[in-house]
Ligand binder design. Structure first.
Ligand code: APR
Length: 263
């Protein structure tokens, strides 16, 4: 019998990856059709060491991601997570959790919907307008920072760059508090996101991986109590329906535990 959250799971935390947004047309990063697998040079451009020459590629890649995500909107998986009242930690930069109604989303890798100054000490940032092209202006932002004149860039964390401290702090607090920690659509190769499930398990949470093609080591690695080979857009709505049924039929939950606890 495949795993389903029970009434005892009241503090559900979801860590999402590219697999949750793949069906919007965004695809994933790894695996046969992954963006980095298809274009390894593009992955090279995603390293901090490639700045500032990589800025046009950043606008093109992340600007495109924001445009495709905004055009498609959230998926059934995103809506199910929001309706279950689960707290969200995401590696995705597409803003689809927020568009589905999730609040206080911990965006570990930043956001493709925001521009910042290239100088990390400069406080300037501004929302972007989804567009197409490799210039800041194509996405509704100035190419020179209005505060210090340095180039601007999408607010997406590059490889070898620090993650946003506030997002990390929130992710660690949610990981400690969870009684059910669900990783959805992530290959688990990028740190520190991949360290969160084992941390949640060590803190007493039940941990579950939902992946259409889970990595073989997932069921051996000790990070997960349950590994579900399945499509996030089928598994999560099924969970949400089951929780809704329990909430609608209290006799299915004699101990009255079905509502998510405040975190
Ligand atoms: N349902 C469930 N899982 C899916 C689905 C689906 N419909 N479609 C794809 N997947 C799974 C794939 O099997 C794969 O394991 O999603 C995973 C996507 O893995 P990656 O492409 O490695 O994406 P992710 O883990 O999010 O990457 C982490 O790496 O490139 C950086 O910053 C980027 O945030 C990204 C980080």
């Amino acid at each position: 019998m495949s795993f389903r959250p029970g009434p005892q799971h009241r503090r559900i935390v979801v860590l999402s990856g590219a697999g949750l947004s793949a069906r919007t047309g965004l695809g994933t990063f790894r695996g046969p059709d992954g963006l980095w697998s298809l274009d390894p040079q593009l992955e090279e451009a995603m390293h901090a060491s490639a700045l500032p020459g990589s800025i046009p590629a950043l606008w093109r890649v992340w600007g495109d991601m924001a445009r495709v995500a905004a055009a498609h909107g959230p998926t059934p998986g995103h809506f199910a997570i929001a309706r279950m009242g689960a707290q969200v930690i995401t590696q995705n930069v597409d803003g689809l959790h927020q568009a589905a109604g999730s609040e206080d989303v911990a965006e570990l890798h930043g956001s493709a919907r925001r521009a910042v100054c290239l100088d990390p000490r400069c406080p300037w940032s501004a929302p972007l307008v989804p567009g197409e092209g490799d210039r800041a202006e194509d996405h509704g932002a100035p190419s020179a920072c209005p505060v210090c004149g340095a180039p601007t860039r999408p607010d997406v964390v590059l490889f070898d760059e620090q993650l946003p401290a506030a997002a990390i702090d929130r992710a660690l607090a949610l990981t400690r508090a969870a009684d059910l920690f669900v990783v959805v659509g992530s290959s688990g190769v990028v740190m520190p996101a991949a360290q969160l499930a084992p941390r949640a398990r060590a803190a007493g949470a039940t941990t579950v991986l939902v992946d259409i093609d889970p990595p073989r080591e997932a069921s051996r690695g000790g990070s997960f109590d349950h590994v579900l080979r399945g499509d996030a857009h089928e598994v999560l709505p099924d969970w949400e329906r089951a929780r809704r049924d329990v909430a609608a039929n209290p006799f299915l939950d004699p101990f009255g535990g079905g509502r998510p606890a405040q975190m």
